[in-house]
Design a protein around this ligand. Sequence first.
Ligand SMILES: CC(C)(COP(=O)(O)OP(=O)(O)OC[C@H]1O[C@@H](n2cnc3c(N)ncnc32)[C@H](O)[C@@H]1OP(=O)(O)O)[C@@H](O)C(=O)NCCC(=O)NCCS
Length: 139
Amino acid sequence: MTQTKKPEGTLSLQTIAMPADTNWSGDIFGGWIVSQMDLAGAIHAERFSQGRCATIAINQMSFLVPVKIGDVISCYTKILKVGNTSIQIQIEVWDSHDESRPAKQVTAGIFTFVAVDANGRKRQIVEALKAKVCDKTAP
Ligand SMILES: CC(C)(COP(=O)(O)OP(=O)(O)OC[C@H]1O[C@@H](n2cnc3c(N)ncnc32)[C@H](O)[C@@H]1OP(=O)(O)O)[C@@H](O)C(=O)NCCC(=O)NCCS
């Protein structure tokens, strides 16, 4: 199948799937991929909100194709919505193993993060930051 879709959003994290990340079938654990997505979303949420954030929900998660050892996975993040304290982020993972074949999307998810203070209590997101959501290139 030819994939015409391109990654959406900012490249927030890139890593390599290692043998220690596999399940008993030899594919990469779904939980490992979700944790990479969580890290990527948190990086974007914390840069955006200029402070600490905590994951409050994984609202949607789809595993589209298996990830294999040695795959280079790239996590793209895009803010969908900003509330008083929350940031909803679309997170796509793409396998961009090498130049010889096109990148393919391996997962899609929507995660929600809450801006928190040093004590882990929710904090308001500054109004002026919300305008930045329109700028897809600025994390
Ligand atoms: C994050 C935390 C401080 C938020 O405090 P809280 O009193 O539970 O927060 P609220 O219920 O008022 O929700 C806060 C925001 O999240 C949103 N939210 C809550 N549950 C949600 C869900 N299931 N899906 C999407 N958004 C959700 C609320 O709508 C609210 O958004 P807004 O302020 O932009 O309107 C608290 O829930 C917490 O500590 N949770 C554990 C976090 C954690 O350990 N994460 C894993 C490791 S990072």
